[in-house]
Design a protein around this ligand. Structure first.
Ligand code: ADE
Length: 275
């Protein structure tokens, strides 16, 4: 059956040019997406499959911004649309995460080096956490993209740009004193960690985990399968324990968008120096 429903290609036809750089930015929260959308110039939007895609230019680089929705299926669907319909050439994901490593505090930033699906378990067909048919347990982001992200985040932390954007009152409220950035392992799954027992169980099983969230490893899998480079940056919103739901909610409304906007602005400035 032929559909007359206009597709993404119809709306964004001058924009979708195979071979040219086109960055997809996915935000894990509507608040973050709103902030990033406001950075776009020549903005247009297109809605499909319960997602609104905002296209425009950010520091002259063609960019599409979209809210992932929550969980692995939602995020995988969103990134697949960005790759197959919109023809993005690279992906950036920003969002929040619950701290698993004891050294991490609310307000710290994690750049994902490798990703595991903590809820993947197809035993006895394969070992726990192995992704069926891929024969892989971990999916890695590449060093070049990690280093660019690290430079960008170090820039905003060392110059106090982030702290200034947030303001002292909010920093004090969330006990954010000296936020740091670390690069390492992120565990993703369809579960919000909200008690100390589950947190300990995960830590025992996957001791290298820095933080947990609900999308990154799914996004990493799709990007791996389509050979799209990706950068996943997470801000710690809670300690993934019994107070997680309270800290998460208030961090989202007051802080997370400011982090994403500053991170994206700094990343794009770093791109200019790395062309
Ligand atoms: N994202 C932010 N906080 C989280 C938590 N505690 N569990 C899972 N995903 C999260």
């Amino acid at each position: 059956m032929v559909s007359n429903y206009p597709t993404a290609k119809y709306y964004f036809r001058e924009f979708i040019m195979e071979g040219n750089r086109l960055i997809g930015i996915i935000g894990a929260m509507p608040e973050e997406v709103d902030g990033i959308v406001h950075l776009l110039t020549e903005r247009e939007e297109f809605t499909q499959g319960m997602r609104t895609y905002y296209k425009g230019k950010l520091n002259a680089i063609p960019t599409i911004v979209v809210f992932s929705r929550w969980g692995k299926v939602a995020a995988a669907t969103t990134v697949t649309a960005l790759i197959t319909e919109f023809k993005i050439t690279e992906l950036i994901f920003t969002g929040v995460a619950g701290a698993i490593h004891t050294d991490l505090n609310v307000g710290d930033i994690v750049i994902g080096k490798r990703f595991i699906q903590h809820d993947m378990d197809a035993r006895p067909l394969m070992k726990k956490h192995e992704i069926p048919l891929l024969g892989k347990t971990y999916l890695d982001s590449d060093d070049d993209h990690i280093n660019i992200a690290l430079t960008a985040v170090q820039e905003i932390l060392s110059t106090n740009k982030l702290q200034n954007a947030i303001g002292q009152q909010t920093l004090t409220e969330f006990n954010i004193t000296k936020p740091k950035v670390v690069v390492g392992e992120i565990a993703s799954g369809d579960k919000f960690f909200s008690n100390a027992v589950d947190k300990q169980t995960l830590l025992q099983e996957l001791p290298d985990t820095l933080c947990v969230e609900m999308e990154g490893a799914a996004v990493a899998q799709v990007c791996f399968e389509y050979e799209i480079p990706f950068t996943i940056i997470r801000t710690i919103s809670d300690a993934a324990d019994d107070s997680a739901h309270i800290d998460f909610t208030s961090f989202l409304s007051k802080v997370s968008s400011l982090y994403s906007v500053e991170i994206i602005k700094s990343l794009y400035k770093t791109f200019e120096k790395n062309v």
